[in-house]
Design a protein around this ligand. Sequence first.
Ligand code: GN1
Ligand code: MG
Length: 361
Amino acid sequence: MDIAHIVSHFAIHGTLREGHANTTGHINTTIILHTSEGCSYVLQRINTAVFPHPAKLMENIHLVTTHIEGKVRGLPDATRRHLSIIPTKDGRLFHQEPDGSCWRIYPYIDQVDNYDTVADEEIAYRFGSAVGLFQSQMRDFDGSRLFITIPHFHDMAWRYVQLDAAVKADRCGRVKEVSPELAYLEENRQRGCVIWDSWQEGRLPTRVTHNDTKVNNVLFGKDGLSCMIDLDTVMPGTILFDTGDMIRTATTTAVEDEPDVTQVHCDTSRFQALLEGYAEATPFLTEKEASFLTESGRTITQIMAVRFLTDYLDGDWYYATSRPRQNLDRARTQLAFMRSMDAQREIISHISSLAQRRSSV
Ligand code: GN1
Ligand code: MG
């Protein structure tokens, strides 16, 4: 892969001085660039196995980033509050190489922090505020303008269909290792559909959703500044998809691929701080939306368990892995988190009902 050649197609300041890989994301390949003019950028190869329509994907990102840019114009450090796309020299949103690979560049946003896990209540609060801010910024944007990059993304029943197919095919002979995980997921099969079904039936409003609100997709700057990144899955949806992934990644006590599941718990102090930050930023939720906050955390966690386990059984083609059984560990942490939420059901419901009062109209 000739990075300098790829970069030469883009309207960046200076020429490439160095590039180094960033391995945080599970889907796209990311390289941080530094140029002769002292500028830094984020180069990404779009994973076209996951996103087969890169032009439409990039159009979505262009629509959302320019909308948010309009909202933050004039604020201090405005360029740190939104992503923006560096076009190619001929004005396109991405570059395609003759081998079919698709590349895009964003400016590198500096003087911000990014976390894989939430260390304390303060970060949890700020994370809740950041997700709420994104939803509030996108409130007046007509979601029907966005292309559905991955259909049925948070459709539990559809995710189970894929798990069932993976079990049936048993391509890698791994089904025999995962009987307890499959049994627990089977017990939970119906429970996880309520949010998707309510949304489909029109009982939850359609809003613009990010759909990948894990904590490492937020940049935190000074004076409460925040910026949501990784906009590949912005689509019309229910905001509960976003609150769910926020709860999943902000309140767990372990990393996503922790091999020792006894380390995985839902931390209720962080849960409370997270929902406080979120509720303050979203005084526009409907009562129905607010009533599903806790359930959203459990549902998205269940979806992630199904997805990680499916990929493990299918031979780890979807999520990048750096060691054997990593997707199995990822699936197991999700199941442990669901159990921990259930074990603390009363306190969690109490905290949610406080947030519910603050955020619903
Ligand atoms: C993927 O790209 P990344 O690593 O932020 C995935 C999300 C999962 C997440 C789990 C397009 O997100 O849905 O929640 O991994 N993105 C896609 O860590 O599938
Ligand atoms: Mg990401």
